[in-house]
Design a protein around this ligand. Sequence first.
Ligand code: HAX
Length: 441
Amino acid sequence: MGILKDRFKAKADEMTVEIKNLLKEHGNKTIGEVHLSQVYQGMRGITGLVSETSLLDAQEGIRFRGYSIPELREKLPKAKNGDEPLPEGLFYLMVVGDLPSTEEVNHVTEIFQRRSHVPNHVFAAIDALPLETHPMTMYVIGVMALQTESYFAKAYAEGINKKDYWLPTFDDTILLIARLPRIAAYIYRRKYKNNQHINPNGLLDWAGNFAHMLGYDDESFMELMRLYMTIHADHEGGNVSAHATHLVGSALGDPYLSYAAGMNGLAGPLHGLANQEVIKWIFEMQEELKTDLPTNDQIAGYVQKTLSEGKVVPGYGHAVLRKTDPRFTAQMEFAKKHIPDDPLVKTVWNIYETVPPILQSLGKIKNPWPNVDAHSGALLVHYGLVEYEFYTVLFAVSRSLGVLASLCWDRALGLPIERPKSVTTELVKKWLEGKDEIWGE
Ligand code: HAX
């Protein structure tokens, strides 16, 4: 692990000094003002976190260390004969801050390959759950069962010096990422493939091996997994999964506790679970309309019905983005290249033509455009991965790259416990009457 750890430490030491000076000189500058409505409405738009690995622009979409998704698809090293970026390269970029060479990416792949063994008690914990258990529940329980392996928890119990926290956090991060595809594939094969498990192939890259263990050895599916694992990895720090990981980690919860907390957040239908909801919604529409390829008029009618029942249209809208998500576009490009005639993919594109004007006409939705989850399921269904309750687990495996890279940075920069101030409505009313003050701690 030498190169990766050494380079991370060198960068983190540089940044620590830089931030210290920056705060000394500018710590009292005001970043923005907070409106009472924001306090009640999900803290939307309040800048209150630092996350080094990526930054989200409302118009442009996500940039990882300054690189957009199209740039990463061009610049990150690929598998032999492949066109899509290897997610190990994105992990290197998020951890170290620089684009990796092919050699550096191969080094990360080898690190993961050598550490992918999952102890039996993790499988036993998953096996103890009824088969009907949702795959995300099984996944988080698997992660928690693996917490017995935490270097950070052991080091803390033994009284580690706070300046060294980053080291066992880093070691836990690498081990967790190396093992997560095995846990996820175990859940998939247990629940959907009659418990017929597939051993890892130690010669494959991280995402290729994941595809193999799921039971998909088709090169084009492996390419999809490489793209999927890259584009779902990170979306700056304020989204529920990243924020929950950071929050729990800020109390010095080890990476297993922190990541599991984040993935419990990802399992909410307004966040990562939206990927299963999209396909469920499309399947239900097809069934109700009795066609595999509904017309745009039929889709419009079904959207109106969904809205009239007080439900959201899954896969559309975003708390920060105000344009089509570039992660949607990347998947659309993949589909145009590999599977342009797939009827479900065509339906996803027809929905893309139909939904935004309808949502826009409601006047209250800030972003009528599709997010990442609007497209991912249709690609998976094409290759035979039709069990949509499993989709959020795929997202969770990918998200480990970003949230755990960020946790390493949190520890290296010595970020403190997170504790924003809350108020009661009683206090707000007194403050509005001028009888009391609202102050920060
Ligand atoms: N369908 C119907 N109504 C929607 C909507 C949608 N797709 N998106 C937003 N709205 C509604 C909101 O529910 C809200 O209604 P009320 O005022 O009646 O409560 C109103 O429009 C304003 O919401 P907003 O400010 O535009 O959006 P928020 O920042 O509050 O919420 C969400 C952002 C992503 C949660 C929202 O757009 C949504 O529920 N979308 C559908 C679910 C989804 O696709 N989630 C995945 C998001 C991406 C992600 O995290 N992936 O993992």
